[in-house]
Ligand binder design. Structure first.
Ligand code: IMP
Length: 437
């Protein structure tokens, strides 16, 4: 019999503050499992004034005594992994890695970046971490898995797969012909330059130098979770539902499923007692794509106040007002049972706070988009209602009743509009800076 099950998912376009919420909820969990995405994620956790940014391991590793799991749907860059395992080792955190995780190679990163460079107006604004090409290989049933890093022979076979190589060499040759330079740690270039059918593939031990570090952590994640009778399970999402490969704003999305449905499919847990959606009190997104409530007027103010720069890439984030139309959609698609609203402290000092309750298509008449992909959202603009702001410093609030009336009015309206309870309000970056209802 399973114990309690919870999931933390992003309800916007990522960067909602999931890391902090996972860290907080992990206090009451036994096993915490990251279920999707890769090192495109940047989960920031502040403990006692010290900042830790994690890209792959669950945000719970800072709490000793927990079992931290990386599920098989996560695509893993070995360099990032090894750096984070070193952090975990220092803390004494237990880390379990599923041997089936797809490995992100330097070539994936190159292809990701080169595609964006040569895409002209079709730029997605990816993080350049090789995520798309790695998930493509997962779908194409090729390329190395984490367990292949244990032996040069396995790695060689996985990388030498005919399809894996041919398509990539074609791409690299094309880019090379356009004068684009790339660095090549796996020495694929021999093939690209010679134009031969088969490369003299010089692996130079890429990846396998980490075998000893990684090997002790490899274990079937779904099996471990299945055996965890009576334990409390917490699943950590990456990115947000609006960035999901299918449900998000296609094509301006990441290359994986981001909602909690992926937990059932990849880790075998289909019943979730709580699906906690995390949303900022305003909205940000990095990269291209539709963003109906983006505000050019107050964008700089929000960015500076909220330190809205990418945790993975340092890019300035686009900023806008809370969009209840998109959030309602995300709650429905993600089966979100409760919301935690973050970064409320950032809005302090605004006389009025705009809140988007509906969209129109230029004529002011409220209407609903037929889908939330880029085409479906084309031409939709926000209809705002304004709520009174607050001038109080709320960073010390630790309970619902501590929050000023205008903050509670804001949160109650969000809850009422969406039909989803707001159970938490985050009022600062530190672990304790949260008011639970
Ligand atoms: P990719 O995931 O690197 O392929 O990037 C695809 C899109 O998702 C781009 O718009 C990225 O900026 C966005 N993205 C990916 N990961 C994150 C994240 O953790 N936070 C916010 N945006 C992200």
């Amino acid at each position: 019999m399973k114990g309690k099950t919870m999931a933390v998912v992003g309800a916007q376009w990522g960067d909602e503050g999931k890391g902090k919420i996972v860290d907080a909820l992990a206090a009451d969990a036994d096993i915490i499992a990251r279920y999707g995405g890769g090192a495109n994620a940047g989960h920031t956790i502040w403990v006692d004034g010290k900042k830790t940014v994690l890209h792959l391991l669950p945000s719970s590793i800072l709490r000793p005594g927990k079992t931290n799991v990386v599920g098989p749907y996560v695509v893993v860059d070995p360099e990032v992994l090894v750096a984070e395992l070193a952090i975990a080792r220092k803390i004494g955190a237990t880390v379990i890695l599923d041997p089936r995780c797809q490995v992100v190679t330097p070539l994936h990163r190159q292809i990701d970046v080169l595609r964006e460079l040569t895409n002209g107006t079709g730029v997605i604004g990816t993080t350049g971490k090789g995520i798309g090409p790695a998930y493509e290989d997962l779908a194409a049933r090729r390329g190395p898995k984490l367990r292949d890093l244990l032996s040069t022979r396995r790695m060689f076979r996985a990388l030498r797969d005919r399809h894996f190589l041919e398509e990539r060499m074609l791409l690299i040759r094309t880019y090379a012909a356009q004068g684009k330079d790339e660095t090549d740690p796996i020495r694929w270039r021999l093939f690209a330059e010679n134009g031969r059918d088969w490369p003299e593939l010089e692996l130079s031990g890429w990846g396998v130098q980490h075998a000893e570090t990684i090997a002790p952590h490899l274990k079937d994640a779904a099996g471990l979770i299945d055996a965890a009778d009576g334990k409390t399970l917490l699943f950590e999402g990456a990115q947000g539902i609006m960035l999901g490969m299918v449900a998000g704003t296609q094509p301006y999305v990441t290359a994986s499923l981001t909602g909690p449905g992926a937990i059932g499919e990849t880790l075998g847990v289909h019943r979730l007692d709580r699906v906690i959606g995390v949303a900022k009190a305003y909205v940000t997104r990095v990269g291209g794509g539709p963003f109906p409530t983006e505000t050019p007027e107050k964008g700089d103010w929000l960015r500076e106040r909220g330190a809205e720069y990418g945790a993975t890439t340092g890019r300035p984030r686009r900023c806008g007002w809370l969009d209840l139309v998109a959030l309602r959609y995300a709650c429905r698609m993600g089966g979100i049972t409760e919301l935690v609203i973050t970064k409320l402290d950032v809005l302090r000092g605004l006389a009025e706070i705009p809140l988007c309750r509906a969209y129109h298509r230029g004529d002011g008449a409220p209407c609903v988009p037929e889908g939330f992909d880029a085409e479906g959202l084309d031409g939709f603009q926000p209809i705002y209602e304004t709520l009174p702001g607050w001038s109080e410093d709320i960073s010390g609030c630790r309970s619902w009743d501590d929050l000023p009336e205008n903050v509670r009015t804001f949160l109650n309206l969000v809850s009422l509009q969406l039909g989803v309870p707001v159970t938490g309000a985050s009022v600062g970056p530190e672990r304790e800076q949260i008011a639970w209802r």
